[in-house]
Write a protein that binds this ligand. Sequence first.
Ligand code: PMP
Length: 319
Amino acid sequence: MKTEAPNPNTIVWFNEKFIPLGEANVNILTHALNYGTGVFEGIRGYFEEKQQDLFLVRPVEHYQRWKRNAGILRIGIPKSATDLAALTAELCRRNGFRSHVYVRPLAYKCSARIGVAPDENDAYAIVVVPFGDYFDSTKGLRAGVVSWRRVEDTAIPSRAKICGAYVNSVLATDEARHNGHDEAIFLTEEGHVSDSATCNLFIFRNGKLVTPPGTDNILEGITRASVIDLARNEMRLEVVERSISRSELYVSDEVFFTGTAVEIAPIVAVDHRPVGTGEVGPVATKLRSLYVEATRGRLLNYRQWLWPVYRTTAADKAA
Ligand code: PMP
């Protein structure tokens, strides 16, 4: 899918100020632009008509992950995860967003000079834009294993969302699309199933949900963690984290992706072979509907995942 360029008048957080997106620009020699030395995040917010509120989904967990991952590149972010979540809610209010949104925090090495050696000059920005579905996944996606291998932790840590590492995802997506698939599936150098270009993967096989472990170079997804909770607590399913072989994708009852942008996206074909019946399966369907309910504030047990933008007091948040 291709998203539209956001309105340049959108208010963003840049250099510790609220300014219009059209003015939030960097120098052409910026270290991150030349060498990929940035760490980004992706957070969703869902506007719920009935409650007339916009719910940011697990923003504190996303900002905790961001701060830790930025530490891998020794980029400092001078605010707590809770303060960053509050700042994001304020950005939504300043823009008056009453639609689903996507939040893009970016922390980066900002020196504008030639030279790979990093220094202490770090900057960060937060942009929030209106956002709809990433995929139309109602009919299920067609995925393909690509010839590119997932970045190894010994080269560029894949558990961090490091800007430069996403060249790996761009190459994979390009190959998958040219081969007639909607989305790519990566293998590790050892041949284990890892991530897709932008999401995590689950299979449903022999009555169990299985997903690759952190040691198979996945990005440790927050949606993945949410889905594991929902599967265990609401569906009483056994969830196992273990390495998955490529051919298991072909013999599973179901395969699906999870991620902030893709949410829960069922896969109906892998490498031009039907998955299970070739239709969207019942486990992914049920998990998808639980995820939608939980992220729209309709399941009380999961309200702690959500940060309501328009009801800001602590008492309201606890309600
Ligand atoms: N894997 C990759 C490679 C990703 O880019 C993403 C998106 N952040 C995910 C998995 C899913 O992570 P999350 O559920 O935290 O969005």
